[in-house]
Ligand binder design. Structure first.
Ligand SMILES: *[C@@H]1O[C@H](CO)[C@@H](O)[C@H](O)[C@H]1NC(C)=O
Ligand SMILES: *[C@@H]1O[C@H](CO)[C@@H](O)[C@H](O)[C@H]1NC(C)=O
Ligand SMILES: *[C@@H]1O[C@H](CO)[C@@H](O)[C@H](O)[C@H]1NC(C)=O
Length: 393
């Protein structure tokens, strides 16, 4: 159950599997083969891609590039021209797609939706080997850890991240067959995305025993909420590392050995009050340099071999995404809603790229005055709100 069978599954190619595999266009030959052989897993994988697109659009809703280019006609983000590029945004797109597939498959396994996988047995294996003993971090009630006195065991159903990660590799890494440095960077970013899930697995627990006593707990591993994965990758986006073009020759690029990569990482995270504006900034490359705090220790860090496995890598500076450019799927920012008073990336000054903005009256209909009826439906009225909003010229 914890590795993907190589042989075709018994049912073979059914009409439903061909349907699933045709809902998405732009799959490569090997992706299609995998899809036909493991149609139910592939269906979860495709849902994972959609999850990734939605999260990308959430994380970038106030950026000039708002991730709309990943919503391609054939529902496959990898068909987007942007993914042929080497921008920071490209790196994010690869990472979040790979993360979405791993996450979605891992969860589907544990929900019993798939024939080929079930709950991750790892927790129980560790338990029976006595690897884990003593306190379990209690993520359900953040301020309590399980006291050593109370007993706990692995139980419930852990998300099968192992299976999800393996399938994500099979399904997405197979696209990168060129073997050149660009596809190596794509593979790296895929893996960085999967690590954002794997390194942030949570332990969830449930209490048993008389109310509140929590004499016995069962605990299982759960993938983090995908919003958390999106946030982590967004931060990696902000700190992404530019791979020096001069190293992009035809040599065998062992990426993170010695100085093959020039880190462009700026200082540490800025203080909290500045961070909001910066993380909304659409000019990651033009952001004013942060003064590095504790310069000497930072220098030393740069000289040390850094572990870049979960960092995002890119090799092309991004355009400013201001104007429409169909050749890279960039819609431009005309018509985008912006915030007149904000000085951050969502502010009209930045988002509208100096073109200015229009103030328009917008009508919005929302459900309101909702009443619950026994049993069980909710009845609402429609309220119309009108408000002035600013949109980019
Ligand atoms: C992104 O921006 C485009 C215009 O630049 C707009 O049409 C689209 O609705 C936006 N998408 C999201 C998800 O906000
Ligand atoms: C616009 O930005 C300001 C300052 O950042 C903020 O206080 C305000 O809530 C924002 N308005 C909207 C509608 O997002
Ligand atoms: C509210 O609007 C929805 C569609 O926008 C409509 O289906 C529904 O009937 C409306 N409800 C009322 C109470 O008018």
């Amino acid at each position: 159950y914890s590795s993907i069978p190589v042989q075709p599954v018994v049912q073979g190619v059914t009409t439903s599997s061909t349907t699933v595999c045709r809902t998405v266009g732009g799959l490569t030959k090997s992706q299609l083969e995998l899809c036909y052989r493991h149609a139910d897993v592939a269906e979860s994988a495709l849902m994972g891609l959609q999850l990734a697109i939605d999260e990308c659009q959430h994380q970038f809703q106030w950026h000039r590039w708002n991730c709309s280019s990943l919503s391609t006609k054939n529902k496959n983000p990898h068909s987007s021209v942007l993914l042929q590029k080497g921008y920071r945004e490209t790196a994010f797109a690869y990472a979040i797609s790979a993360a979405g597939v791993a996450h979605s498959v891992a969860r589907a396994c544990s929900q019993g939706k798939l024939l080929e996988c079930g709950c991750d047995p790892a927790g129980r294996r560790m338990y029976s080997q006595g690897v884990l003993s003593g306190n379990v971090p209690d993520t359900t009630t953040p301020h309590r850890t399980v006291s050593a006195a109370s007993r706990w065991k692995w139980g419930g159903c852990s998300h099968n991240l192992h299976f999800g990660v393996e399938f994500s590799k099979l399904f997405l890494d197979t696209r990168e067959q060129a073997g050149d440095i660009h596809s190596q960077i794509n593979l790296h970013n895929n893996q960085a995305g999967r690590l954002a899930v794997a390194n942030n697995m949570q332990v969830r627990c449930k209490c048993h025993g008389m109310s509140g006593s929590c004499q016995l707990k069962t605990c299982w591993k759960s993938a983090p909420d995908f919003r958390v994965v999106g946030k982590i990758l967004k931060e990696r986006f902000r700190q992404a590392i530019l791979v020096d073009q001069s190293n992009l020759g035809n040599g065998t690029p062992l990426l993170y050995v010695n100085n093959k990569i020039r880190g462009t990482r700026r200082g540490k995270r800025p203080p909290k009050n500045q961070r909001g504006a910066n993380s909304n900034n659409n000019h990651p490359n033009k952001r004013p340099r942060q003064k590095p705090r504790g310069g000497t220790s930072r220098k030393m860090k740069l000289h040390r071999k850094r572990d870049l496995t979960s960092d995002l890598l890119y090799y092309q500076r991004s355009p400013n995404f201001c104007e429409k450019d169909v050749s890279v799927d960039v819609p431009g920012t005309v018509g985008r809603r912006c915030n007149r008073t904000s000085t951050g990336g969502d502010g009209c000054a930045s988002l509208c790229c100096g073109r200015g903005y229009n103030i328009v009256r917008q009508r919005r209909i929302e459900r309101c005055h909702c009443r619950f009826h026994w049993c069980c439906f909710v009845e609402c009225q429609n309220c119309t709100y009108e408000e002035w909003i600013t949109v980019c010229k």
